[in-house]
Design a protein around this ligand. Structure first.
Ligand SMILES: *Cc1c(COP(=O)(O)O)cnc(C)c1O
Length: 232
């Protein structure tokens, strides 16, 4: 029997309309928001269905899981890495991915740059900010982000495009607002001529709010594919 993925198109319709509503209300026209489908634990067939509905961007958290599924993915979609990344795993994602959103140390930035140069490419990166100062989350503090960006701007083989964050649960408005401020401030500084154009924030529970605060990529898993089944 064919899989019935109609729930994905139903979910996507809701997501698109909530984003459009927030854009109408808070954003200038032409100021785009991309929807990323976050694929962890999701079957490749379901992921490909989302791609067939016009989602052109996939987000991967785990290198191992990505490698086990990549062959089955519709290759028309662009893939970004969004999870915690160990330096010894960078080699597996340099070629197939177009952006690494979760850079949180100069050591990682240097390893990405080194392998990108070796592969004859320039890798787009975002620096991850731990905006809530939570011990459980990766990312650098808002106080340290400028230093990381300055240091990373010297690294060959990478191009800094902006910031990514996962705000603490609940009360996210405050943190989304702080991220917008931080992003705008760094952008206006024009550090070493870096042109930042990407603010990746907003997940299933807060994507509409994130659009209000200037997000350019919302990363959506559960609201698109349903609750994750880790037993698969
Ligand atoms: C899982 C995950 C998401 C999506 O989370 P949902 O709440 O299911 O939408 C977004 N970003 C990152 C970094 C994630 O790990």
């Amino acid at each position: 029997m064919e899989n019935d993925f109609s729930y994905i198109s139903d979910n996507l319709r809701v997501i698109r309309s909530r984003i459009a509503e927030a854009q109408d209300k808070y954003r200038e026209s032409g100021d785009d928001v991309r929807i990323m489908a976050v694929t962890k634990t999701v079957a490749p067939e379901a992921v490909n269905h989302a791609v067939s509905l016009g989602i052109g961007l996939l987000g991967e958290n785990r290198v191992q899981e990505y490698l086990s599924k990549a062959e089955m993915y519709d290759s028309s979609a662009e893939v970004h890495f969004i999870g915690h990344l160990q330096t010894n795993k960078v080699k597996y994602i340099i070629e197939p991915m177009t952006m690494i959103q979760s850079v949180d140390s100069i050591r990682l930035a240097e390893e990405i740059g080194r392998l990108a140069v070796k592969n004859g490419k320039v890798m787009d990166i975002l620096c991850e900010v731990n905006i809530g100062g939570e011990d459980s989350k990766s990312g650098v503090s808002p106080e340290e982000i400028r230093d990381l960006i300055c240091a990373a701007s010297e690294v060959e083989g990478i191009r800094i495009r902006g910031l990514m964050t996962i705000p603490p649960p609940g009360n996210t408005d405050i943190f989304l607002g702080r991220m917008q401020e931080l992003y705008n401030k760094l952008r206006s500084e024009n550090i070493n001529g870096i042109k930042m154009d990407t603010l990746s924030m907003g997940m299933s529970s807060d994507y509409a709010e994130a659009v209000k605060y200037g997000s350019t990529i919302v990363r959506i898993g559960t609201a698109l594919f349903g609750a994750r089944d880790y037993s698969r």
